[in-house]
Design a protein around this ligand. Structure first.
Ligand code: F6P
Length: 319
């Protein structure tokens, strides 16, 4: 293998730049040429591809977002779009591709491998919802962003003796909500992976209020429903002064944490090693702090699970 490509796709996540840097530098270290594809699969189809040198990835390890830009690309879902992407790669003599992104991006990588194009996936999403890795790049930063936001909301919640519903991202996964809820001592965490019952949420809130609690924090994962709707129901049923904050895209930005930078560097470099070793259709990940890899198809066939013990603990600690 002499020449490889790298792209970021789907929702951006903090640490993607560190992963791009690792791919580029590791490849150059091993004597390969690297091409950066802009705007994910859309840039692959349109040929928005340029050579990257060592200096092109300088001064980005600490920056959020992605230097290569990103997109969600409908055209790549068609066989014609995918064939055009492979044609563009072949025209430039690119022999392998590193795809940094979430599950949708991995599905694209799987399809490229089916077309015979060697592709390796690097999990980058704040959702932490990719089976095959304990953590995805960006999750830790997003978690800390959520924690910082909730700490601030808690101040005002206490001052006004209010109940706050906070909606966090995570598409269909509850990791961000669960970890933030445990880290912030939320009274209630509502996530798609666990059943919930509005009546017991109301009872819990009233019990806390009657006991003299100054405020309550309820974290709702977006996959369960809208924060504003939860807020309305709570206000109606409990008569407690309730406010809602939807954290939104603030969770996707910002400088990556040390954890995410290190994870991105390790996983990006491993992806290049796999291409050099002739592997394809694999994803890299981290298990018990060891870098591992497995077939993308296998990872995508598994169901993402939350850590149930953590969920139970969050309930025990918020009595
Ligand atoms: O996958 C990352 C994510 O931020 C999800 O948590 C969220 O559901 C989705 O992307 C939002 O997508 P968009 O930025 O396209 O609105």
């Amino acid at each position: 293998m002499k020449r490889i490509g790298v792209l970021t796709s789907g929702g951006d996540s903090p640490g993607m730049n560190a992963a791009i840097r690792a791919v580029v530098r590791k490849a150059i270290f091993h004597g390969l040429e690297v091409y950066g594809v802009k705007y994910g699969y859309a840039g692959l189809i349109s040929g928005d591809i340029e050579k990257l040198e060592i200096g092109d990835v300088g001064d980005i390890i600490h920056r959020g977002g992605t230097k290569l830009y990103t997109a969600r690309c409908e055209e790549f879902k068609t066989p014609e779009g995918r064939q055009e992407a492979v044609n563009q790669l072949n025209a430039l003599g690119i022999e392998g591709l590193v795809v940094i992104g979430g599950d949708g991006s991995f599905r694209g990588a799987e399809k490229l491998t089916d077309l015979g194009f060697p592709t390796i996936g690097v999990p980058g999403t704040i959702d932490n919802d990719i089976p095959g890795t304990d953590y995805t790049i960006g999750f830790d930063t997003a978690l800390n962003t959520v924690i910082n936001a909730i700490d601030k909301i808690r101040d005002t919640a206490t001052s006004h003796e209010r109940t706050y519903v906070i909606e966090v991202m995570g598409r269909n996964a509850g990791d961000l909500a669960l970890w933030a809820g445990l880290a912030d001592g939320a009274e209630t965490i509502v996530i798609p992976e666990e059943q919930y019952d509005m009546e017991s949420i109301f009872k819990r809130l009233k019990r806390g209020h009657d006991r003299g609690k100054k405020h309550s924090i309820i974290i709702v994962a977006e996959g369960v429903g809208s924060g504003p709707e939860f807020g309305e129901k709570i206000k109606e049923a409990t008569n407690l002064e309730t406010r809602v904050t939807v954290l939104g895209h603030i969770q996707r930005g910002g400088s990556p944490t040390g954890f995410d930078r290190v994870l991105a560097s390790r996983l990006g470099a491993k992806a290049v090693e796999l291409l050099i070793d002739g592997e394809q259709g694999r994803m890299v990940g981290i298990r018990n702090n060891k870098v591992i890899h497995k077939a993308i198809t296998e990872a995508l066939s598994e169901k993402h699970e939350i850590d149930r013990d953590m969920y139970v603990l969050s309930q025990e600690l918020s009595i």
